[in-house]
Design a protein around this ligand. Structure first.
Ligand code: F6R
Length: 611
């Protein structure tokens, strides 16, 4: 989703802003722009629809100079992608420039009010109202104008603002949309995401909702909504910029698929204990675990699919009812959640607007809340608190399509199921020990599975022109199929659907005909016979079936499918984590074979910070 950068210092701002925008481009965007204050205190704006290269070309023919500026990559919400709708936006005189992430919900009433006051709007965006509003409120002090403006804005925003009457200052503000600021050696930086700052500083401040910041050569000052100065601890970013770079792989998605063994290991390591029954990492006491009546796992997209793995696993091991639900539905359906119930938000970014809103809704209703999150310091992690956040240690995930984050979210779900099963006494100790023991071997097995890449490349070269692909499975394999279908459709644009294998004959089988491609996941021995009889119904209609299958089940499956991609044996609970790797590689190879922009699929954004 949209990206923001800002700079004030002694160096030329334009190259620094462009470098920052490049680092944020993985989030997805449709246009970009920068505004820089020059030596005569004039704000110069350059913007261009499409890829950053277009803006680079524009800056070559029409350069801008100066040491203070803001930049933006836009992902259209109000108004089509165009040069005019791209940010920064300015007031009528061009003396105030604004970049904005988020959505201003009361933009229409503000637009009407400001138009009546003489403002002339040239774009269709909600952001432009902010520039005109600041101009309307500006009485010689931008800090005061910004504080008044944010008291009038409804909705979500991260803002970067520059003003020609205060040419040495960069202002920022946030509400429900992330903004990080940092300072080093007389230079200050702002960005909507850490990678844009990392080459300049590792010590950053996360602005809180309704706070504003004033950045100038003497440093950073943060104020609350009443203008009172606030102090924030510096957060030290300990991951390296190289972990956010491609490192020799053709795409981030492929690199991140290959990082999964390490991500699995890193996520389990801090939770591994020599003492049986030691779950110090889990903020739930054995007594609370026994008293739990229900768990709601709420998330969006891939994170939701990890939540479904959690539902199957926790219900199976801890004998506790679990609802897994999409956050955009949960937040508006008047959910029932009460005493002795636990709400878990799952989010890679920790910034997804719907997940955050669902979390706040659950909190408002008095639920106990936890989060499974990858980004330390993100809004969801902060709202839940570090103690109640089960961090996944996948490292920065840059590709829009989530892979290693899913893997570690599912791993945390399984760990949670084992811990709850142990604490509630529904899982015998020997089984707990065996599972935890096996978890240690999972990264090695995941390495093995990565070798299926060549097979999948070959397969994709014969299948990449398919228009439809169905994914089927039962139980945990169905949960996996949902994730596989999402991955394929988002990166290759092939229409793909997941069905519970047992559901096929209740409708979807009507779509099966000679040549259709069906990908079956088979990791659950107890469901094997049922799944095989479903697959025979599929092949009888002439469809082509390829199976992702556990080694030990291959012989029984061979006669019912055209092709098998085998994965090493593992416990029923862990085998799906291994099986997801060929499914991710399948989506990747299909997308590459079709010439798709794998890391930045059309219309998608990495972090969906608007509703
Ligand atoms: C799909 C994908 C999305 C995200 C979803 C939630 O590959 O990445 O479906 O999973 O937007 O994002 P987070 O996990 O950041 O809340």
């Amino acid at each position: 989703m949209c990206g923001i950068v800002g700079y004030i210092g002694q160096r030329e701002a334009a190259p620094i802003l462009m470098d920052g925008l490049d680092k944020l481009s993985y989030r997805g965007y449709d246009s970009a722009g920068i505004a820089v204050i020059d030596g005569t205190n004039k704000i110069n704006v350059r913007k261009a629809k499409g890829k950053l290269e277009n803006l680079v070309n524009l800056l070559e023919t029409s350069p801008i100079t100066g040491c203070v500026g803001i930049g933006h990559t836009r992902w259209a919400t109000h108004g089509e992608p165009s040069d005019i709708n791209a940010h920064p936006h300015t007031d009528v005189k061009g003396g105030i420039a604004v970049v904005h992430n988020g959505i201003i919900e009361n933009h229409e009433s503000l637009r009407n009010f400001l138009t009546a006051e003489g403002a002339v709007f040239i774009s269709q965006t909600d952001t432009e109202v902010i520039a005109h509003l600041l101009n309307h409120l500006y009485k010689g002090n931008m800090k005061q104008a910004l504080l008044r403006a944010i008291s009038m804005l409804e909705g979500s925003y991260a803002l970067g603002v520059v003003c020609d009457e205060e040419p040495g200052v960069l202002y920022c503000a946030r509400n429900d949309s992330p903004l990080v600021i940092g300072e080093k050696d007389g230079e200050c930086f702002a960005a909507s995401d850490i990678p844009a700052l990392l080459s300049h500083t590792r010590d950053v401040i996360f602005l809180k909702d309704k706070e504003i910041a004033r950045l100038d050569k003497s440093g950073i000052s943060v104020y609350d909504a009443y203008g009172t100065p606030c102090q924030h601890p510096l957060f030290h970013v300990d991951w390296d910029i190289s972990s956010a770079e491609k490192g020799g792989y053709a795409h981030y998605m492929l690199k991140e698929i290959h990082e999964q063994p390490e991500a699995l290991q890193k996520t389990y390591a801090p939770r591994r204990s020599q003492n049986p029954g030691d779950y110090a990492w889990l903020p739930i006491s054995p007594e609370d675990a026994r008293n739990l009546r229900k768990i709601s796992i709420v998330a969006c997209g891939t994170a939701y699919h990890a939540g479904i793995v959690g539902k199957y696993a926790i219900e199976r091991l801890a004998r506790l009812p679990v609802e897994a639900e999409i956050a955009s539905e949960y937040r508006y359906r008047d959910p029932i959640i009460g005493e002795n119930e636990l709400f878990i938000a799952v989010s890679q970014s920790g910034e997804t607007a719907d997940t955050l809103a669902a979390l706040r809704e659950a909190k408002r209703r008095g639920a106990r809340v936890m989060a499974v999150c990858n980004v330390v310091g993100s809004t969801i992690a902060r709202e839940v608190g570090d103690a109640n956040t089960l961090y996944t240690y996948a490292g920065p995930e840059i590709a829009v399509a989530s892979t290693k984050a899913y893997m570690t979210q599912a791993e945390v779900m399984l760990l949670l199921a084992i811990a709850l099963g142990d604490m509630r006494g529904t899982l015998p100790r020997e089984r707990v020990d065996a599972l935890l023991e096996e978890l240690v071997t999972l990264p090695k097995k995941a390495e093995e599975v990565l070798k299926t890449e060549e097979h999948l490349q070959r397969f994709a070269s014969t299948a990449s022109q398919k228009k439809h692909v169905f994914f089927v499975g039962r139980g945990l394999d169905y949960a996996l199929s949902m994730e596989a279908a999402l991955k394929l459709k988002e990166v290759s644009y092939i229409f793909s659907e997941a069905y519970a294998a047992g559901e096929l004959k209740h409708g979807p089988i009507a779509l099966l005909q000679p040549g259709r491609l069906v990908v079956a996941t088979i990791t659950q021995p107890s469901l094997l016979d049922k799944t095989l009889s479903n697959l025979r119904e599929v092949t009888a209609r002439g469809a082509r079936v390829v199976a992702i299958c556990r080694e030990s089940l291959q012989d029984k499956v061979r006669d019912s499918v055209e092709e098998i991609i085998a994965i090493p044996d593992a416990d029923d609970l862990f085998a799906p984590l291994l099986a997801v790797i060929p499914l991710q590689l399948f989506a990747y190879c299909m997308a590459v074979a079709r010439g798709c922009d794998v890391d930045k699929p059309r219309n998608l954004a990495k972090s969906v910070t608007v509703e």
